[in-house]
Unconditional design. Structure first.
Lengths: 158, 158
DNA sequence: TCTGAAAATGGACCTTT
DNA sequence: AAAGGTCCATTTTCAGA
């Protein structure tokens, strides 16, 4: 049902780089007619391979000057407590990413905040006032060396 | 030069959620004519507020089943050594994100890989064979609770 | 804000494998 | 059948009045 060919992979590569390329330009790059490109992009979206199209906003241009990585260890791994935390984290607009991980920590969060005060307030709200947070650690980003969600869909293996 | 009004903020909000909304639909949502929407989106892109438009690909649908968070401590913080590492990390397609951080670690990486073998190979290439890596730690993501790059541009403060 | 031209999308239909 | 190509109508973009 869900096997991608080289056309699909090339399209995904291009459209991850620039989702605004018109379909005729995509067609020129991957060697397909615009109609075929149109059909494939629709199929990829329908199948959920392409989750969505989004504009990437530069946080520093809208006043979000700080990026923070926070690790969280929980007190109890009881399912409903975990689910509640996941929901809380997912809903928090400043949390861009939340991973539930195995290892020394239970959650890793990537946050974007305006300044340290905003982060301090968030730690109160998210960590200190949550009984199930045993401890957390903060790493402050000095440089966002690479930031993206691109998946490498090179032309080869499977 | 770069002050956003509520129209801009609403547009950014919408277009982060779905970059495919036509400009007339955006206009209806934020209460502007399509021409005004058109001009504003162009301006936001020109100013770099909108960095780019991209299709978000579901990694698991293209065979990238594992998400890994890796922390790296370096041996020396000599500028040229750091720059070399940054370049290496930035170029690695499986590294989605790389932050240079202050705190217990020097780098935090978010990686997407097909499987553990691929990650093991990457650790050889990126960490073990790099003299400037003192130590690294791996956290394996069991659940990608929230994954995005959205910046909260709600309607309020500055 | 409105109007209109140029461009892009997406369906219908036919052809190829 | 499954997928590509061509053609065409509709929608969208975007500049000028």
């Amino acid at each position: 049902m869900n096997s991608l060919d080289d056309f699909d992979r090339k399209l995904l590569m291009e459209v991850q780089r620039d989702a605004q390329l018109p379909q005729n330009e995509l067609g020129a790059r991957v060697n397909l007619s615009t109609a075929a490109v149109n059909r494939r992009l629709r199929r990829l979206a329908d199948e959920g391979v392409i989750q969505n199209y989004t504009a990437v906003v530069a946080p520093e241009k809208v006043g979000y000057l700080l990026t923070i990585i926070a690790s969280v260890e929980v007190e109890s791994e009881q399912i409903d407590l975990l689910d509640a935390m996941k929901r809380t984290f997912a809903q928090c607009p400043q949390i861009q990413q939340c991973y539930y991980v195995a290892g020394e920590w239970d959650f890793v969060l990537v946050l974007t905040v305006r300044n340290m005060d905003e982060y301090t307030a968030l730690t109160r709200q998210l960590f200190f006032s949550n009984n199930n947070v045993k401890r957390f650690k903060t790493l402050v980003s000095m440089s966002r060396v690479k930031v993206g969600l691109s998946v490498p869909v090179d032309i080869d293996g499977k």
